[in-house]
Design a protein around this ligand. Structure first.
Ligand code: PGA
Length: 255
């Protein structure tokens, strides 16, 4: 990390968590934040499933932990059964919304174009869009990883994005939930390629301020190595964010 980018450690709870577990998880993390001596070197965010958002918002109030959602619709409002607007997410206290996660790109056939519209809706609602990109194993094996990811960035990141309303999360699909992680060199190379692509579009200075998270089997034992990389500005954590000890250990690996 560098250039004054405050590392973001975001927990993506996915479709996990019953009422009791998540109440104690969020309460535990809020307690750890309160016990810190000074301001932490990291920013912490929790992204629970939709129905839990107001409850977690209340649990982490005043703790300094930010709230995020896992998806939003690209339209402001309307007849979209089962979807949720970015405006409503902002109203219930979200600061972030993940868009274009590879599980949504796969399960719901989301395209770059749809992801970009979701990110635009998020930004218009005053939220910071966490735009996810990442190559499959076959694409990496074919030597196309950088081209695929840079293409996703081009198609999914809205015009006019800034360091305040955009975070990019690089999550190699083959590393998600598998226990495999990118090597530090591969992660750094990809993050640098993403930043260069952002620089071509928004200018080097703006790109230098935009946070690029790594995601995919980040755990306490590999976090320090990944988070120390020049262009890695935090993590999007799935499995390990469901255990307070593990999630906190990852946050504390920020130096
Ligand atoms: P994982 O998930 O940490 O369980 O690999 C990361 C993600 O999909 O955001």
């Amino acid at each position: 990390m560098s250039q004054g980018r405050r590392p973001l450690i975001a927990g993506n709870w996915k479709m996990n968590g019953g009422l009791d577990e998540v109440d104690s998880l969020a309460g535990d993390l809020a307690g750890r934040m309160a016990a810190l001596d000074g301001p932490p070197a990291f920013e912490l965010a929790l992204c629970p499933p939709f129905p839990l958002l107001p409850m977690i918002a209340a649990r982490i109030e005043e703790s300094g932990i930010a709230l995020g959602a896992q998806d939003c619709h690209g339209a402001e409002k309307g007849a979209h059964t089962g979807d949720t607007s970015a405006n409503l997410l902002a109203e219930v206290g979200c600061a972030y919304v993940i868009v274009g996660h590879s599980e949504r790109r796969a399960d719901h056939k989301e395209t770059d174009d749809q992801v970009r519209r979701k990110a635009e809706a998020a930004q218009a609602a005053g939220l910071c869009a966490v735009v996810c990109v990442g190559e499959t194993e076959a694409e990496r094996d074919a030597g196309r990883a950088v081209a695929v990811v840079v293409g996703q960035v081009a198609g999914s990141v809205p015009e006019g994005s800034t360091s305040r309303n955009l975070v990019v999360a690089y999550e190699p699909v083959w590393a998600i939930g598998t226990g495999k992680t990118a090597t530090p060199q591969d992660a750094q190379d990809m993050h640098a390629a993403i930043r260069a692509a952002l620089g071509e579009r928004f200018g080097a200075e703006a790109a230098a301020g935009i946070r690029i998270l790594y995601g995919g089997s980040m755990k306490p034992d590999n976090a320090a190595g990944l988070l120390a990389l020049a262009d890695v500005d935090g993590g999007l954590i799935g499995g390990a964010s469901l255990k307070a000890d593990d999630f906190w250990a990852i946050a504390e690996a920020v130096r």
